[in-house]
Design a protein around this ligand. Structure first.
Ligand SMILES: O=C(O)c1ccccc1N[C@@H]1O[C@H](COP(=O)(O)O)[C@@H](O)[C@H]1O
Length: 209
């Protein structure tokens, strides 16, 4: 069964909903430019509702102080969604002992080949590239051309992200063979605010495949 991460939770009721409806991972965004930003202090309260879901900290080019504050909340999975190099990913993995995911924005087959350099990552998150003038590296609700994944052999467990919605997630899984998917904007009606029906519909559609 496809594994699902719902990202960008800010409200305890929604954390509990995602957990109850079968989300495998629940993501908290520690990127100040994001409409889904939460402080480590707020995350400590949110973490009380995750149940069996695994919490994931989304960080982008975070410094050591932020990484240490976030890992002090008890979160042990870090999704690195900035310009981190393969060496920086290896350093964070070694220093924290956390499971580390590296997000890779892809547009071309060369981008995809570049993802192979992240040998220290435990998982690759294959996402669309952000728009050129964007103030943050993800969470824009933009999909990429899934056909570039045809014939790609992943060197790591991987997750498909970028512009997924309850309407297109089954097609995306069928087209790419993704073993796991991640969604943020696609389960929101207003930017930064999750919608209960969309969360339920996304989990149903992804888990049915
Ligand atoms: O969600 C955010 O605000 C965010 C901020 C900075 C980096 C990444 C962010 N989100 C991640 O982006 C992808 C795709 O999101 P979307 O479904 O297209 O909105 C996903 O991995 C989110 O976790």
């Amino acid at each position: 069964m496809t594994r699902v991460k719902i990202c960008g939770l800010k409200d305890p009721d929604f954390v509990r909903l995602c957990a109850a409806e079968g989300a495998d991972w629940i993501g908290f965004v520690f990127v100040e430019a994001s409409p889904r930003y939460v402080t480590p202090e707020a995350a400590e309260t949110l973490l009380l509702g995750v149940g069996r879901a695994v919490p994931v900290a989304l960080l982008a080019d975070a410094d050591e102080a932020l990484i240490d504050r976030v890992t002090a909340t008890g979160i042990r999975v870090l999704q690195l969604h900035g310009q981190e190099t393969p060496d920086r990913v290896a350093e964070i993995a070694a220093r924290t002992g956390c499971e580390v995911w590296k997000a890779c924005g892809v547009e071309t087959e060369d981008d995809l080949a570049g993802a192979g350099a992240f040998t220290a990552a435990d998982r690759l998150l294959i996402d669309a590239k952000p728009p050129k003038d964007a103030d943050r590296t993800g969470g824009h609700g933009q999909a990429f051309d899934w056909s570039i994944l045809k014939g790609w052999t992943a060197t790591k467990p991987w997750i498909l992200a970028g512009g997924l919605t309850p309407e297109n997630v089954a097609e995306a899984i069928a087209a790419t063979g993704a073993p796991a998917v991640d969604v943020s904007s696609g389960v929101e009606r207003l930017r930064g605010l999750k919608d209960k029906e969309l969360v339920r519909a996304f989990l149903r559609a992804a888990k049915e495949v």
